[in-house]
Design a protein around this ligand. Structure first.
Ligand code: DAH
Length: 333
């Protein structure tokens, strides 16, 4: 091959060598022991003496050119910063976004509905006295719910509240009507844990006290809540019941939100779901907080939060709420 072509070819390969090992193989190809330029230099001795000097100069010049190009290319690629390992074409990693627990979501949504009805949010305490949990709520001393099998007692005759109705007493003890309060929170009962029972769960308590409210106001407020919370087609039904702290007392059913009232597994084919207890505040309760007799009237209601969350999302097992399993919880974010 013509020496000029040989040089061009070598320089071309050198300029394209992007890594030191590629460059080294190019060097060997031309300047190694059997390299093309090495062979050229070696062949000079066998040339006729009048050609040796010119051919020698040409071959040496070629070697110098190629060596210089190798050195230059080496320093260029050796000092190049390493190619970044970050692939900017990959999709990003979404940061985990926190969300409220489904139990908390029910509480917040219910609070929002009652806020629009003028109800004020209050909190009670979880460790309570027998007076606030039972006596002031007109629950007699021999009532089974006072039994140690049905209530957690602490040292010193206190207890973990078994219902949020305690907050009615706490508020009325310190304030005068008119009152409109909503009080969500934890309650405790020594129940054996299964798919529908837990030793701790949440309730939402409501209380309205003024000097004129009637049972139809209670119905109006509860119907409004049910329709705003579950949808405008929800129907309600008020069944007579008994609670020591209300008279008259009712249990409120709403038409089944899963089957629309036709009857399904969740509503046990009745078309109705029991959703809360309610009633007109018993005069004995007003008396125990020191309100003058006959002056005030009011109504109260209480509902289970987990039960509502389970109906809302079709959850079959209450224990799922307490296991902190992110695969479960992420469904509600
Ligand atoms: N405290 C009752 C319970 O835990 C629920 C309840 C019923 C609350 C009637 C009320 C009410 O305020 O009026 O079963």
């Amino acid at each position: 091959m013509d020496i000029t072509n040989l040089i061009d070819e070598a320089l071309e390969k050198i300029s394209r060598a992007s890594a030191p090992d590629i460059l080294e193989s190019v060097r060997i190809e031309y300047l190694g022991r059997n390299g093309q330029i090495t062979k050229l230099l070696r062949s000079i001795g066998s040339l006729p003496s009048d050609q040796r000097s010119e051919a020698g100069q040409e071959a040496n010049a070629a070697r110098e050119k190629v060596e210089a190009a190798l050195t230059e290319q080496f320093s260029r690629i050796a000092h190049q910063p390493k190619k970044s390992k970050i692939d900017t074409t990959l999709p990003g990693i979404r940061p985990l976004r926190g969300a409220f627990h489904p139990v908390r979501q029910v509480i917040q949504d219910a609070r929002a509905v009652f806020r629009r009805l003028g109800f004020e949010f209050v909190e009670g305490r979880e460790v309570e006295t027998e007076f606030h949990n039972f006596t002031a709520l007109n629950i007699p001393l021999d009532h089974p719910s006072r039994d140690a099998f049905d209530t957690f007692y602490t040292k010193g005759k206190n207890l973990l509240r078994s219902q949020t109705s305690t907050v009615q007493i706490r508020v009325m003890e310190t304030r005068k009507p008119p009152l409109r309060i909503i009080a969500p929170g934890r309650v405790y009962r020594p129940d054996t844990v299964d798919a529908s029972h837990s030793f701790m769960f949440h309730q939402i308590e409501g209380l309205l006290v003024d000097d004129r409210s009637t049972f139809s106001d209670l119905k109006g407020v509860i119907n409004l809540f049910l329709r705003q919370f579950f949808g405008k087609n929800v129907k309600s039904r008020f069944r007579p019941h008994f609670f020591p702290f209300t008279e008259p007392s009712v249990e409120v059913d709403m038409s089944c939100i899963l089957c629309g009232g036709k009857g399904c597994m969740t509503c046990k084919r009745t078309g109705w779901l029991e959703i809360m207890g309610a009633g007109m505040v018993d005069p004995a309760v007003f008396q125990s907080v020191g309100y003058p007799s006959g002056k005030y009237r009011g109504f109260a209601f209480g509902m289970g939060v987990e039960r509502i969350a389970m109906l809302r999302h079709g959850i079959q097992d209450i224990r799922l709420f307490y296991e902190n399993d992110l695969n479960f919880l992420r469904q509600f974010s």
